[in-house]
Design a protein around this ligand. Sequence first.
Ligand code: MRU
Length: 369
Amino acid sequence: MNRKLDEFFEKVITVKLPEDRSYVDIIDQTLLPGTIKRIHLDTREEIWEAIKKLRVRGAPAIGVCAAYGMAVLAGKYTAESFDEFYDKFKSDKDYLATSRPTAVNLFWALDRMDAVCKKNAQKAVGEIKEILFDEAQAIRDEDVQISRSIGEIGFTLLQERREAGQELGIMTHCNAGTLATAKYGTATAPMYIALEHGWKGSDMHVYCDETRPLLQGARLTSFELYNAGITTSVQCDNMASLLMKSGRVKIIFVGCDRVAANGDAANKIGTSGLAIIAKHYGVPFYVCAPSSTIDPKTPTGDQIPIEMRDPEEIKTMWYREPMAPDGVDASFNPAFDVTDHTLITGIITEKGLVSGPDYSQGFRELGLI
Ligand code: MRU
């Protein structure tokens, strides 16, 4: 327990339901760090748009939002029979599944809601609605426990590297923090758990890659770590190599959107480059992966679908004037890349730390695939 930290988490809860459960309440992450504003998602179109536009983002948070979204939508169906109810449910589920392709948590959460719906087909519609709310709440609550467990394992890695009287240099990419999950984040969980274990914010120094083009590292990760009192700085993505060469970075934690059965891990674009640099300089590179992100149906990273996004995110989105001439092509805008499992030192799951290179074996031993 750390009261200040808990107050901060409370202030920036990523996704929640109001008491009457009539909408999904999210913090609009596109407005951070300047504006903390909550918005209400009432319809399936609003939920879809919020996921697509990254108002809510980060693999576990997308899953929680989709689960809450399905419960809210289903709560409003008028249906006499299960078949009528399920037709509407299936149509909304299929629609939300088209919002973003890479984070497997979206499909995992939707499938889990679907399974619970079908399993209770013989019950009254009113009862099924309650069961769906309970399932969505369970997905959210489990996420808190999962990131806590990931944090505890990551914390032991921090302890091993801590030198008395010196701040410990940690690097991260994108945002796999509280804003991407229900509470501790995944890649940030080791740092938050360190605070809970009595470390001071100044015992660590977290180097956040700004994370072009949507700047999740600068706008979100540095925002949350700074507000949690952890020493934090932001550097452009292309500065990571020099920082690692300087010896200041002792360990890297990143999140992931989908981990293939062989350990190849999709995460925000730029992650694989970081892993290559880390290997060159001998900096340990850990992927923090809740079990919901490990996809047994995807054998290797080659089968992970990579989301392509609007070229305007590269050329105009953050600038007063376009940063490339109008006619110049910027259509290659992948949101994610895949880090080859041979570049990963270890994958931290809530069930334990899996070390490479034979990740499939490790996942099997922990019952993850
Ligand atoms: O496009 P985003 O912002 O949803 O990308 C998020 C990431 O790449 C995160 O690192 C990942 O989802 C893990 S969040 C715990």
